[in-house]
Every structure is written in structure tokens, then in C-alpha cells.
Design a protein. Structure first.
Length: 308
């Protein structure tokens, strides 16, 4: 009796149609223009660069397959490692200074005690809107010891300062890059600070917290995420340093800026002046791997800090 009742109450599965949704491709219809451009201008050049890095152009025999010989040659290339060391030193010194200034500017604007905050925010961002070539030309004329602002100061003070001397040239380039990108990073920091509710500041003030305690306990922790982003972008930009030394090359006396002053300059001169595009492709691939590895390490450390 129980078995019969159970079988009578059991749902009948015969003839039931399963409603299977068809895949929706409408999103891809909006995405395909970007996907096509991304593949053509990013993926294809990378694949082609990897491909030609395994070949070599020779006067006798034409283009021949050499395997990893270009990479082995690169690891023993003193000029390449000298340029890498130069941009590494540039990154270690310039990036912290630039981000420190950006953070200070963002904190000053967010304090709501700075008169003309809107004008200050726009004026500090304007250098980023100026093309790097134009910025370098402007600073090149300012740096001129004979015809520029530095030269005029030397005549007025009776000094002999040369900021384009080989010993301080890298610092002068760092000053140009700092002037260009401090405002850009400041906006990133300021955007993070803008997400903090002002009621939190009021509650801290009621509890007796000073301005420095509010900055230390509330604002600086909020900047951790944006700091990781700015550090990664700055490292990538530093290892891609090209415009500033390339433009200043004709303004600096002597041979202070060599053809291998930075890895990008070295790759450019190898490809277009030295007719060694295959070796330049290997150099570009190695630099891309180095830059991605450093950026990945920075990102991992940032995630560990945020999880604490």
C-alpha cells in the first residue's frame, strides 16, 4: 500500500523538456571592434617580435634561423646591462620622490584647508597634458648653460653650474619626468582619498584626533591600493624611458647620452641605425619579461600588505 502511494506521488519524468538557454553572443558584438584592434596592435606585434628574435640577418646567406643565439648574445652584452643598471638606478631614486610629492599634494588638496584647491589641482595636472617631446625641449632650453635659464643664472651669480654634466645628467632627466607625472599620480591618490566619508573625519575629530593622527590612521591606509597602481605604472614607465634622453641627446655636449643610454634607446638604434632588428627584438622581449616580473613582484607584495 505504501509502495503504491509513493509511486503515485512521484513526479513523472517522461516527456519533460529541459529548457536549455542558448549562448548569448550580444556582448561579443559590442566587444569585437576592441578585440580586433587589440589583436592587431598588441598581440600580433608581440608574436612577430618573438618570431624574428630567433633569426639573424647576414650579409652572406640572408636571414637565417639562429635559435636562441640572440638571447645568449644579449646576456653577455655589457652595453645592454649598463643601460638596465642606469634605468634601475633611475627607478629606485626618481619613483619614490615623485610618488612622495604626489601623495603630499593629494593630502594638501584633500585637507580642504588649501586656498584655490581647484586651481592647484588643475595646474599640477597640466604638465602631464604637455607631450613629452615638448616638455623635454622646454627643459632642455632651461638647462642650457650658455643660452638658457641656468646660463643666465650663472652670468648673474658668477657661477659655473652645468646641470647637463654627465655626473648629474640622470638627475636632470629625473626632474623632467617628475615634473611631467607628479600631477597624474596626484589625481590617482586624490581619487582614493575622495572615497573616504567625511563623517569619519568628524568622528575622529570629536574623539580628539589631531590632523596628523587622521592622516596617519585614516588617509594613509586608504592610499595603499592606489600606491600599488602608481608604483607599477611608474616602474613600467621608467623602464620604457626613451623620449627625454633621446631629445636631450642633441642638446648635451659631448657623448654623455650614448646610443645605449637606456634599453629602449639601445633597441631603437640597433633596429634603425645598426640594421639589427632581430637582435633588437630579442632585447625588447627580454626587457618586457624583466618589467613584467618586477611589476608582478610589486603587485604580490601589495596584495600581502592589504591582506594584513
Amino acid at each position: 500500500m505504501t509502495t503504491a502511494a509513493s509511486s503515485a506521488s512521484a513526479p513523472v519524468s517522461v516527456g519533460v523538456r529541459v529548457n536549455r538557454h542558448k549562448p548569448d553572443w550580444r556582448g561579443w558584438k559590442f566587444m569585437w571592434p576592441f578585440a580586433v584592434v587589440f589583436v592587431l596592435v598588441f598581440i600580433v606585434p608581440i608574436v612577430y617580435a618573438v618570431y624574428i628574435s630567433f633569426f639573424e640577418k647576414r650579409m652572406v646567406g640572408g636571414t637565417v634561423f639562429v635559435g636562441v643565439d640572440n638571447y645568449l648574445r644579449l646576456f653577455g652584452d655589457g652595453q645592454f646591462w649598463a643601460s638596465c643598471g642606469r634605468v634601475a638606478l633611475f627607478t629606485v631614486v626618481q619613483v619614490p620622490i615623485m610618488l612622495f610629492l604626489s601623495a603630499v599634494m593629494a593630502l594638501c588638496i584633500d585637507s580642504m584647508k588649501l586656498h584655490g584647491a581647484k586651481f592647484f589641482r588643475i595646474s599640477t595636472f597640466l604638465p602631464y597634458a604637455v607631450p613629452a617631446v615638448v616638455s623635454t625641449l622646454i627643459w632642455g632650453f632651461v638647462y642650457g648653460a650658455k643660452y638658457g635659464l641656468v646660463g643666465s643664472l650663472n652670468d648673474f651669480l658668477g657661477t659655473d653650474i652645468d646641470v647637463l654634466a654627465p655626473s648629474v645628467l640622470l638627475a636632470s632627466i629625473g626632474n623632467i619626468v617628475t615634473w611631467e607625472f607628479t600631477g597624474y599620480n596626484m589625481l590617482i591618490f586624490y581619487s582614493s582619498l575622495s572615497t573616504i566619508p567625511h563623517s569619519l573625519y568628524e568622528a575622529a575629530s570629536i574623539d580628539g584626533a589631531s590632523e596628523w593622527q587622521i592622516v596617519k590612521s585614516i588617509k594613509l591606509p586608504e592610499l595603499r591600493g592606489s600606491l600599488a597602481i602608481t608604483v607599477i605604472f611608474s616602474i613600467i614607465g621608467s623602464f620604457q624611458l626613451f623620449n627625454e634622453p633621446s631629445i636631450l641627446q642633441n642638446m648635451v655636449p659631448g657623448n654623455a647620452i650614448t646610443t645605449y643610454y637606456t634599453p629602449n634607446m639601445y633597441a631603437y638604434n640597433l633596429s634603425f641605425s645598426g640594421n639589427q632588428s632581430n637582435y633588437a627584438a630579442a632585447l625588447a622581449i627580454v626587457m618586457a619579461v624583466i618589467t613584467m616580473a618586477i611589476a608582478y613582484i610589486v603587485q604580490l607584495n601589495s596584495l600581502k600588505e592589504q591582506m594584513k
